[in-house]
Design a protein around this ligand. Structure first.
Ligand code: G6P
Length: 369
């Protein structure tokens, strides 16, 4: 078993460190030799069919749902098609509006989650085209979907998902760019720029991993608390939802993730002296606004960890601890900013003496409804 962990203490840590290669393998041959185009031979839709898509539903559970929230944001940005993201256990029961022009994307690491599979079947029954993003070749979801984008993360053993999530993000970047090329919603130069920034991600993840000690120190402090908050806006909000889930799953610390601007509509009442707040502020267009939300919690005594992109170090002035991720395009930042949050959960769980790879009450794959 130690050998399978490649010298790491836990599968989760190994899988966190597998991410640079998971990114490389998932991008792999899907980027053209000239590095100016995304090639997705696995999508069997005619250009006409792609042009007729008038809405997209992304359906998934747990961490895969959180990848879908990022997917919504970037498909809307890149391809200008309206996207809704649903939790699979809710989807079928809300009478979703599905037509022949609806594209449904199901996301599932295992490809066996009962609710996700049921959603896929319902979408197909109603005539939608279904694309699966999954990590397991030959899984139920991959067999039943019309098309499959495989994430090449390799086997994920730890219950808390890490490299499967980030590989799902890479799959969404590729698919978003693919749609943008077909629909001509993004200039060719811009596509090239995103592709080149995508290719820098693996090395940038390595750079973050080299700074894991810094996150460990913060994790040891937050592990003493029973409640904490995550805040962020836009894409950062989607990422903190995942950060909060990760922390709950393995450290058993109660946390809530809030859209930073929504705090003052209720949750601010819970901010008291010493409570940890983890703030993501990687998005240039809302940076100042997030900073002012950070000031609101800091003024009430919160202990704030601020995470921003290189170049925005001024965040350090407003927070107790700061961590910087390498500079990337704002749209790509989730693929970097989630890494310190994964490490934070890992080290908090470790500090609390929990069984990191096998958290209580949870299963890797839930095959019952
Ligand atoms: C379980 C796992 C989660 C996972 C979710 C969806 O609850 O514990 O980590 O995100 O199922 O799994 P899937 O295999 O469909 O991505």
């Amino acid at each position: 078993v130690t050998a399978e962990k490649a010298g790491f203490d836990h599968f989760m840590l190994k899988e966190i460190y597998d991410q640079p290669n998971a990114y490389r393998d998932t991008m792999g041959s899907r980027i053209s030799m000239d590095q100016d185009q995304v090639i997705l031979n696995e999508i069997n839709m005619t250009d006409e069919e792609i042009k007729s898509i008038d809405r997209i539903h992304i359906v998934a559970c747990g961490t895969a749902y959180h990848a879908g929230l990022v997917g919504k944001n970037l498909i809307e940005k890149l391809a200008r098609i309206p996207v809704e993201t649903d939790v699979a256990s809710e989807y079928r029961y809300r009478s979703p509006i599905i037509t022949r022009n609806t594209l449904v994307i199901v996301v599932s690491q295992s490809g066996e989650t009962a609710d996700t599979l049921a959603a896929l079947r319902e979408a197909k029954r109603q005539g939608a085209h279904v694309i699966a993003i999954t990590n397991v070749v030959g899984s139920s979801v991959s067999r039943e979907a019309d098309d499959v984008i495989t994430t090449w993360a390799g086997p994920e053993i730890a219950v808390a998902s890490t490299k499967a999530y980030t590989s799902q993000l890479i799959a969404f970047y590729l698919f978003g760019l693919y749609l943008a090329q077909k629909l001509e919603t993004v200039e060719a130069d811009e596509v090239k720029k995103v592709i080149s920034a995508l290719q820098e991600l693996p090395q940038q993840v390595e750079h973050i991993l080299e700074q894991s000690e810094q996150i460990k120190t913060v994790a040891e402090k937050i592990a003493l608390h029973n409640n904490l908050f995550f805040i962020g806006r836009g894409l950062d909000f989607a990422v903190v939802l995942e950060g909060s889930l990760k922390l709950k799953e393995i450290s058993y610390i109660h946390s809530e993730a809030y859209a930073a601007g929504e705090l003052k509509h209720g949750t601010l009442a819970l901010i008291e002296e010493g409570i940890p707040v983890i703030a993501l502020a990687t998005q240039e267009d809302v940076f100042e606004k997030t900073v002012s939300n950070i000031e609101e919690v800091a003024a009430r005594g919160a202990y704030v960890l601020g995470i921003s992109q290189e170049g925005n170090e001024e965040l350090g002035k407003f927070v107790n601890e700061s961590f910087t991720i390498p500079k990337t395009l704002d749209v790509l930042s989730p693929a970097l900013s989630v890494i310190p949050l994964q490490l934070l959960s890992y080290y908090a769980s470790l500090t609390r003496g929990n069984d990191v790879d096998k958290p209580r009450n949870l299963a890797k794959s839930v095959t019952v409804e």
